[in-house]
Structures are given as structure tokens and as C-alpha cells.
Design a binder for this molecule. Structure first.
Ligand SMILES: Cc1ncc(COP(=O)(O)O)c(C=O)c1O
Length: 359
């Protein structure tokens, strides 16, 4: 084994099942965009469905079509569309379309749609000023059999309890306006992982769960382990070389690190092309044989160097870069802290050279 991202499918299944129990009677949409947050689109989707997810969600239609090409026929919602996105192909493939503008509504002929209201994130979603006209038009299109409005939804900024409550009230107003226009949406959905866990009033009929189903926290103050969730990805490699070096030896580009004493250096064939953030240089650790050791010197494109001191480490030993902290390995969150980012970015940026290996 050169390098691998081992994906614990039972962790994804169990995480989804636990979240499902937590949010019931709300249903669960499993978010598998961005290659299943780096875990592999198809692996993540199948495991989530086995864990009881009611439906899948992705950003692009291309991702939704990839699910269909893999033979996955569960309901899929796609919500971020290029101006020339092919809605006909989506309709043919039975993909539900998140609609964020009047223009998209007019193009969604034959589709099952979820109308998105912008409740304050200022990204996509129909602006509040356009909402009444949009729902009136959607009701007309539904009456005449052009499309079906299955959902009304929005997305939260996770900007604190007060802002969430403000967005939630705007969402309620939007749902009321949709009903007043004659629509009867079967699913109202607002919450992603953080709100689904921490703000029960935002659960409505469906929650869109991304990061929590992969066993990582949606925010620093959410203790996913206490909820029984566990990380599904273990990024690992085999030690490619070992050398004993004297004190004062430079390590990797720029010699930003020099050995303080005689020590053993292990070469790990994973670098920033594989998703190790270069910004974590000087801060990160890995585990070898259950023991933590520091990554020293600049993280390079294909490789990094670990100072194992006087530990007995040999070529071929398995190095866990991040995984389940319960095993003694650093977590994706630890790497995120080392690089000044979030666990989401750590797992989604694992590069294409790393095979996702189901376990
Ligand atoms: C619209 C939408 N819903 C849900 C999610 C899932 O979010 P999380 O990973 O925080 O659960 C995302 C991801 O960014 C999203 O864009």
C-alpha cells in the first residue's frame, strides 16, 4: 500500500442511523456533494442509504447524474446550477431540482422542485422580495401540470442562536406565503448538521446532513463523539524510507526545520497534492504504531517527513495521518487546527491520487 483513504462504511451507516433517531420524526437527506466530502461519492451514498437516509443531496447536476450512473436510484436533490444546466437531463434521470430563481423555475419543465428562499445567507435562494411572485408562478405551473413543488427550503448561516432564530422566522413566513399561494410542500427543510443537532426547532420535515454523517463536528463546540458519531475516514500511507540523521541536519525545502539531536526520520508518501495542508507545516502530527510523532519540515507536494525519535520504525510501517482519535490517531480536526481551517476542508481536499478503500 502506497497511500489510501480507508473509508469505514459502518461508521457512515451508524452515524446516519444515530442522527436519524436524534432528529425523528424529521427525515434525513444525506449530503454527498464534493465526492462525498472526499470519502467517495458512491461509497458515501450507499452507506448513507443503508444507514437509513431517506434521500441524497448534491450541489451540481453532474454529481447527481454520477449517482444515477452508479446505479443509485434513491431520490436525489441538486441545488447549485450553472446558467446552462441541463434540467431536461435531470428530469429524465428523476433528479429533484432546487430552484433559486424565477428563471430556473421557468426552465424546470416536468421537474419535481424544491423552492429555496434566501433567509439571510445572501448566496443562492430566491430573494425575499421575489418570493411572493415566485410562489404564485410555481402554483400556476403546478396547477397546469408543468411541475410539482415537493419542497420549500433554505440554508442557515450558523451565525449564532439569535441569527438562526431570525432565519427560522423568515423561513416560516416563506412557507406560509407558499401555502397562501396554493402550494402544499411535502417537505420543509432548513437545518444542516449543526442546527439539526443543536436547534431542534429547525428540523421541520427533513434535515440535510453532511459533515456529521462523516463523523466530524459541524462546529468547534459540537461534541460528535458524545453523540456516538465516529470519523469515517482514515488517511494512511506506508513509510517509504527511514534514515538516521545527526543533530543539526536540515529537513525538506527551505530548511525551516533542523534536527535538534540525532534522530530517526520517516518519509511518508503523502503531500499537499493528496490533501495535506502545507499550512500545517511545523504543527501537525501523525500516528505510527499507535504513537504520535511530529511532521517536521515543509510539507511538500508528494511527501512529508516525520521525526520518530528513537522509535523503531521500518519501511512499510503504516502511518495514520488522520482518523478516529479513539484509536490514538490525530483527527481531521487536529489537522484543521494546525492549518487554521475546518475539518470539512481537510477531508474534502483529499486528492484524486489517494484511492478510497472501503473497510
Ligand atoms: C445547502 C446545503 N445543505 C446542507 C449542507 C450540509 O452541511 P453540513 O455539512 O454542515 O451538514 C450543505 C453543505 O455545505 C449545503 O450547502
Amino acid at each position: 500500500m502506497m497511500r489510501e483513504a480507508r473509508i469505514d462504511l459502518s461508521a457512515i451507516r451508524d452515524n446516519v442511523a444515530k442522527i436519524r433517531r436524534l432528529v425523528a420524526p424529521a427525515r434525513v437527506l444525506a449530503v454527498v456533494k464534493a465526492n462525498g466530502y472526499g470519502h467517495g461519492l458512491e461509497l458515501a451514498a450507499r452507506a448513507a442509504l443503508e444507514g437509513g437516509a431517506d434521500q441524497l443531496g448534491v450541489a451540481d447536476l453532474a454529481e447527481a447524474l454520477q449517482l444515477r450512473a452508479a446505479g443509485i436510484d434513491a431520490p436525489v436533490l441538486a441545488w447549485l446550477h450553472a446558467p446552462d444546466a441541463d434540467f431536461d437531463a435531470a428530469v429524465d434521470a428523476g433528479i429533484e431540482i432546487g430552484v433559486s430563481s424565477r428563471e430556473q423555475l421557468e426552465r424546470a419543465v416536468g421537474a419535481v422542485v424544491h423552492l429555496k428562499i434566501d433567509t439571510g445567507l445572501s448566496r443562492n435562494g430566491i430573494p425575499p422580495a421575489d418570493w411572493d411572485a415566485a410562489v404564485a408562478r410555481a402554483a400556476e405551473l403546478e396547477r397546469t401540470g408543468v411541475l410539482r413543488v415537493r419542497g420549500v427550503w433554505s440554508h442557515l448561516a450558523n451565525a449564532g442562536a439569535r441569527e438562526t432564530e431570525r432565519q427560522r422566522r423568515r423561513f416560516e413566513d416563506a412557507v406560509a406565503a407558499a401555502r397562501a399561494a396554493g402550494l402544499d410542500p411535502e417537505v420543509r427543510h432548513l437545518a444542516a448538521s449543526e442546527a439539526a443537532i443543536a436547534a431542534p426547532a429547525t428540523r421541520y420535515d427533513l434535515v440535510r446532513i453532511g459533515i456529521a454523517m462523516y463523523g466530524l463536528p459541524p462546529a468547534e463546540d459540537v461534541d460528535v463523539a458524545a453523540l456516538g458519531l465516529r470519523p469515517a475516514m482514515e488517511l494512511a500511507a506506508s513509510v517509504a524510507a527511514v534514515r538516521r540523521v545527526p543533530a543539526g541536519e536540515g529537513v525538506s525545502y527551505g530548511f525551516v526545520h533542523r534536527t535538534e539531536r540525532e534522530t530517526t526520520l520517516a518519509l511518508v508518501p503523502l503531500g499537499y497534492a493528496d490533501g495535506l495542508p502545507r499550512a500545517a507545516t511545523g504543527e501537525a502530527e501523525v500516528a505510527i504504531g499507535g504513537r504520535r510523532h511530529p511532521v517536521v519540515g515543509r510539507i511538500a507536494m508528494d511527501q512529508c517527513v516525520v521525526d520518530v525519535g528513537d522509535a523503531h520504525v521500518a519501511v512499510g510501517d503504516r502511518v495514520v495521518v488522520w482518523g478516529d482519535p479513539a484509536t490514538g490517531a490525530p483527527s481531521a480536526e487536529d489537522w484543521a487546527a494546525a492549518a487554521g481551517t475546518i475539518g470539512y476542508e481537510i477531508v474534502t481536499r483529499v486528492g484524486p491520487r489517494v484511492p478510497r478503500v472501503p473497510a
